[in-house]
Structures are given as C-alpha cells and as structure tokens.
Design a protein around this ligand. Structure first.
Ligand SMILES: Cc1cc2nc3c(=O)[nH]c(=O)nc-3n(C[C@H](O)[C@H](O)[C@H](O)COP(=O)(O)OP(=O)(O)OC[C@H]3O[C@@H](n4cnc5c(N)ncnc54)[C@H](O)[C@@H]3O)c2cc1C
Length: 85
C-alpha cells in the first residue's frame, strides 16, 4: 500500500512535439528554431516571465559570434565570462 499518495485531481493535458523547459533566452531561441522546422512546441517556465535571468541582463546579451570572427569561439566566450565574473 502506498502511503501519502499524491492525488492530482485538477490538471491540464496538452500534446506537443517538443517541450522546452525554461523560458529565458536559450529556451525561447530553441523554441523559435523548433517552430521554424515545422514542429509544435510548448515552453514551460517555473517562475514569472519577468524573472528569468535573460530579463535581468541590462547590458545587452554577450555571445560568441564565430560566424563573423573564427577566433570568437565559445571557449573564448567562456574565458571572458569567467574572468569578468
Ligand atoms: C542581474 C543579471 C545581469 C546580467 N547581465 C548580463 C548582461 O548584461 N549581458 C549578458 O550577456 N549576460 C548577462 N547576464 C547573464 C544572462 O542573463 C544569462 O547568462 C542568460 O540570460 C541565461 O539565459 P538562459 O536562457 O540560459 O537562462 P534564464 O534566462 O535564467 O532562463 C532559465 C529559465 O528556466 C526556468 N527554469 C529553471 N528551472 C526550471 C525548472 N525546473 N522547471 C521549469 N522552468 C525552469 C526559469 O524560470 C527561467 O525562465 C546577467 C544575469 C543577471 C542575473
């Protein structure tokens, strides 16, 4: 016998091809590509949308732009971010 069994009585069922967990920049960017590829996508976040770190970034989002400069790799981006932190 299972003790303290959780009874879920009020729930919503939705069907999608892909579930993205996290609605910051990474999740939203992924969802755009998924939708563009023709799949349905649902994005799930656990906190209010104004509370993602992406919303708090005030200085513009930094990124490695290897398409513009071959030396601007994710490894270099990591080093820059780590040193600044
Ligand atoms: C105050 C501050 C200022 C910053 N300034 C800059 C800046 O000027 N320039 C810059 O480049 N970067 C900056 N950063 C860093 C930048 O914001 C983050 O690196 C970037 O936004 C991360 O994006 P993300 O999508 O990976 O994560 P987030 O934006 O943090 O999104 C994660 C999402 O996942 C959700 N989530 C987490 N766990 C769960 C779970 N278990 N179930 C469901 N949902 C979940 C969260 O609710 C959130 O919506 C800053 C960060 C902070 C906190």
């Amino acid at each position: 016998m299972i003790k303290n069994k959780l009874q879920v009585t009020n729930h919503l069922t939705q069907i999608t091809n892909v579930l993205v967990i996290g609605c910051g920049g990474a999740g939203l960017r992924s969802a755009i590509e998924i939708k563009k590829s023709g799949l349905d996508v649902i994005i799930l976040g656990k906190r209010p949308k104004t509370d993602a770190h992406t919303v708090l970034a005030a200085g513009g989002i930094n990124a490695a732009l290897g398409n513009l400069d071959k030396e601007d790799t994710w490894e270099q981006h990591f080093i820059d971010t780590y040193l600044e932190g």
